[in-house]
Design a protein around this ligand. Structure first.
Ligand SMILES: *Cc1c(COP(=O)(O)O)cnc(C)c1O
Length: 374
């Protein structure tokens, strides 16, 4: 029966255009650093209104390269959010630096700029705000601190700051990710958007084993990595970019439908689409369960009726390796911890149908012991 069909958390939109582009690359014999990578980078930079973009093998790789190119090294401190996906803090450890967490705003779940300013020390070498769940962090007040800023925009394609600049378009190295659940996908992949040509050169060198643009293939003048994106992935990304406006507006539609369908559930907090003048690029739909509810039990009951959901997100400063590196303790960041304890991600993707949305709403109401709102 259709009503028993499982509803996954995420599902990419892919079609014959991606298939054709992949076949074109395979037949060309040029599988890395070719014309698709060039056009993907140019198209992506144009889309955001920024000078440059560098394609990389993942969002994590992009964040690592952006930190390295910004000069973050051993002994440095990087101020960042404890409410994020683990990669945004791990990359600080890759560079031998120390993550310094500060709490988030309770509504946007993005870093509190005043707390960030208060955490600056002589050792602070960069700020790493995260546009979590696609909500623009307040980057402008951070800019006045005069430190390098690296933006984790992995969840924020389609988001806009209050001054109208697209997230990723301010010029700071801003990193996007193209894993299959993101707003667009290349399977695995990422992009660093930025304005500084010197930083761009460093990123392009370090993603390619430390080779400078004017050097031969086996000449290297600095430590580098293999963080290249393949032509096959770049071809998929080039096609996905043409789908992006439609996919983003479909995500907006799904979010609006959820808001209506879930509106009647008592004690449930829904995500907002706009905050402090900025607007979200919808990535996930995370609701905050009423206080005191057994979240795991709710997730189990949803799963029983074929609906996938997930606790979202665990607080980073409570993960053993990051607790040790940062010295942070439980109770230190109450807003991040409250969101971590109550958040549940519901199925969310462009092709989610109205009847599936209503099924999720009815099942969630039932799991909370309430009458179905739809
Ligand atoms: C997805 C994501 C990343 C990492 O991207 P990958 O491409 O999976 O390496 C980093 N930060 C945030 C907030 C993300 O959601």
């Amino acid at each position: 029966m259709a009503s028993d069909q499982p509803i996954p958390l995420a599902r990419p939109v892919l079609g014959v255009e991606e298939e054709s582009a992949v076949i074109e690359v395979l037949r060309s014999g040029r599988l890395s650093m070719g014309p698709f990578t060039d056009s993907f980078e140019k198209g992506f930079a144009d889309m955001l209104g920024v000078e440059h973009a560098s394609a990389v093998s993942s969002g994590t790789a992009g964040l690592h390269l952006a930190l390295s190119a910004s000069g973050v090294g051993p002994g440095d401190e990087v101020i960042t959010s404890p409410f994020s996906f683990v990669a945004s803090a791990n990359v600080i450890l890759y560079q031998g630096a120390k993550p310094v967490f500060v709490d988030v705003d309770p509504v946007s779940l993005t870093i509190n700029p005043e707390a960030a300013a208060a955490a600056v020390t002589d050792l602070t070498s960069a700020l790493l705000p995260v546009h979590i769940f696609g909500m623009p962090a307040l980057v402008e007040p951070l800019e006045s601190l005069g430190l390098p800023i690296i933006e984790d925009a992995c969840e924020a394609l389609g988001a806009t700051h209050s001054d109208g600049i697209k997230v990723g378009g301010r010029g700071h190295p801003s990193v996007f990710g193209f894993y299959a659940n993101k707003q667009m996908t290349t399977g695995e992949g990422g992009m660093v958007a930025l304005s500084d040509p010197g930083i761009k050169r460093l990123i392009d060198s370090e993603r390619n084993q430390g080779r400078a643009a004017d050097m031969g293939w086996l000449d290297h003048d600095r430590l580098g990595f293999n963080y290249r994106l393949s032509e096959i992935q770049a071809a998929v990304g080039t096609v996905q970019m043409t789908r992006l406006p439609q996919m983003l507006s479909d995500r907006e539609r799904v979010a609006a439908s959820y808001e209506t369908a879930l509106g009647g559930i008592e004690g449930l907090e829904l995500p907002v689409s706009d905050w402090e003048g900025g607007s979200r690029g919808w990535f996930v739909y995370v609701v905050m369960l009423p206080n005191g509810v057994d979240r795991d039990a709710v997730i189990r009951r949803l799963r029983k009726v074929g609906i996938d959901s997930k606790p979202y997100l665990p607080a980073l400063h409570l993960m053993p390796h990051l607790a040790e590196a940062s010295g942070a303790r439980a109770g230190e960041f109450p807003f991040a911890e409250a969101a971590s304890a109550r958040g549940v991600a519901l199925p969310f993707f462009p092709q989610l149908t109205q009847s599936e949305i209503e099924r999720v709403a009815a099942a969630l109401a039932e799991a909370l012991g309430q009458r179905s709102p739809v």
